[in-house]
Write a protein that binds this ligand. Structure first.
Ligand code: SAH
Length: 422
């Protein structure tokens, strides 16, 4: 590269950006584009489940086919995330004709724009370009991240790689070549805002060389992983839910026994309806050292960020968190909904949208007043958050009318109104 790149901060809010490709690279790139508010058009015959989740949630548009040059009409930027050089070159030349900057994952020399290694600290974004060497960029980025983390009180990096200048997954990877035992950490990723992971969870994530992530994990956390970190998308595993869980357990154990530092990254807290306990038992049973790093659960944090405290002085002295994924009249239900109806305090229902009509009817039938305030928060703590205020009696039909979708938290109780004057 003869000339230096010219750094810019692109303000993409509301501006069309095209992503070509629907695989692992696109899965890592799309969250940052969405975070910047870009109007993303994804062109690809196939999608990963994580990308499909963005499509299903209406966060981006998807053309399920191969790229045609007219896809770029009106775009401000294009990201090429396909392996096929010839196909990527077609996108490049269509972009050049239209004077649109083109980022290419397959060939940095052919790209007209480079994506930097990034670390975000509140309003500050540090972007590092490594002169065409992404590893150099990441090493510098990691150093800057450590510096800023130390300032903001985050824990310093672990000392597992003494003598190594770098840290994080690459350093951990080289340290693990010599038969060092692997380990698994079950890490809570928080409810959606990528800053709501814990300091410890974040540190383990930066040290991992295998990350097994759930669908509800904030995409921006994965955006900062080094390219050599193996990212396993747990939502992609086929078979039914129980076979899929066995498969996840097997992956955790196998990777750890092979000497890897494995992070099992789970939405919210690993033990709140997250099957974390099963994974812990599977690892322990196979002799794999395993730890749990609690996370900020959506059950408390999503209402909080939406303006609802789960307890409030003189309003509620209790809160109950319950899963609504099994209907109240189902023989498989482990919840005594009739008894919950008799509680005065706050009821937080996760996974409850599908059965909300039956749940609210059961609660009212057993004595909880129909005019009890209720709120539904979809995609809480994220840019896509939606709120619906209602009452216990009306909430089910209001959710349908508003077209709310999972993931959503339903909160029932007087706390819903506790801060409305604030
Ligand atoms: N372990 C997770 C919960 C897993 S169950 C935790 O502690 O948060 C998945 C359910 O959590 C979803 O169906 C939804 O009810 C809730 N949920 C998770 N993230 C959410 C979010 N950002 N907004 C609203 N609800 C969320």
């Amino acid at each position: 590269m003869s000339a230096n790149p010219y750094p810019l901060g692109l303000r993409l809010a509301g501006r069309p950006v095209v992503v070509v490709g629907g695989g692992a690279v696109a899965t890592r790139r799309v969250p940052a584009l969405l975070d910047a508010g870009a109007d993303v058009l994804l062109v690809s015959p196939e999608l990963t489940p994580a990308l499909r989740a963005h499509v299903d949630a209406g966060r981006l548009r998807w053309e399920p086919r191969r790229f045609v040059p007219a896809d770029l009409d009106g775009a401000w930027l294009v990201q090429v995330a396909v392996d096929d050089r010839a196909a990527a070159a077609v996108v490049s030349s269509a972009a050049a004709e239209r004077r649109i900057f083109c980022v290419r994952a397959d060939d940095r020399a052919a790209a007209t724009a480079w994506t930097p290694a990034v670390t975000r600290h509140g309003p500050v974004t540090v972007a590092v370009l490594g002169g065409g060497d992404p590893r150099r960029a990441m090493t510098v980025r990691d150093a800057v991240r450590d510096l800023l983390s130390a300032r903001t009180g985050r824990a310093p990096a672990g000392g597992t790689t003494a003598g190594s200048a770098g840290r994080g997954p690459a350093a951990a990877g080289s340290a693990r070549g010599g038969g060092a035992p692997g380990r698994v950490a079950l890490v809570g990723a928080g409810p959606g805002d990528p800053e709501l992971i814990t300091v410890k969870g974040w540190r383990l994530l930066t040290e991992a060389n295998v990350v097994v992530a759930d669908r509800l994990v904030p995409g921006l956390l994965l955006d900062e992983l080094r390219p050599d970190v193996e990212l396993v998308d747990a939502s992609k595993i086929p078979y039914g839910p129980s076979r899929a869980q066995e498969e996840i357990n097997r992956i955790l154990v196998d990777r750890a026994l092979a000497g890897n530092a494995v992070v099992r990254l789970k939405g919210g807290d690993p033990y709140v309806f997250g099957r974390g306990g099963e994974e812990l038992l599977a690892c322990a049973g196979a002799g794999v050292p395993v730890t749990v790093v609690p996370g900020v659960t959506s059950a408390i944090a999503v209402p909080a960020v939406a303006g609802v405290p789960v307890t409030h002085r003189a309003v509620a002295h209790e809160f109950t968190v319950v899963s609504g994924h099994v209907a109240p009249d189902s023989p498989a239900s482990l919840v005594r909904w009739e008894s919950l109806a008799g509680l005065r305090g706050t009821l937080v229902v996760l996974m409850g949208l599908k059965n909300l009509a039956a749940i609210s009817a059961t609660l009212v039938a057993h004595g909880r007043p129909a005019d009890t305030p209720a709120i539904v928060v979809q995609e809480g703590t994220t840019g896509g958050q939606r709120l619906l205020r209602s009452t216990l009696g009306a909430v089910a039909q209001d959710v349908v009318a508003a077209g709310l979708r999972p993931p959503a938290v339903v909160v029932v109780g007087d706390v819903v109104d506790a801060l409305t004057s604030y």
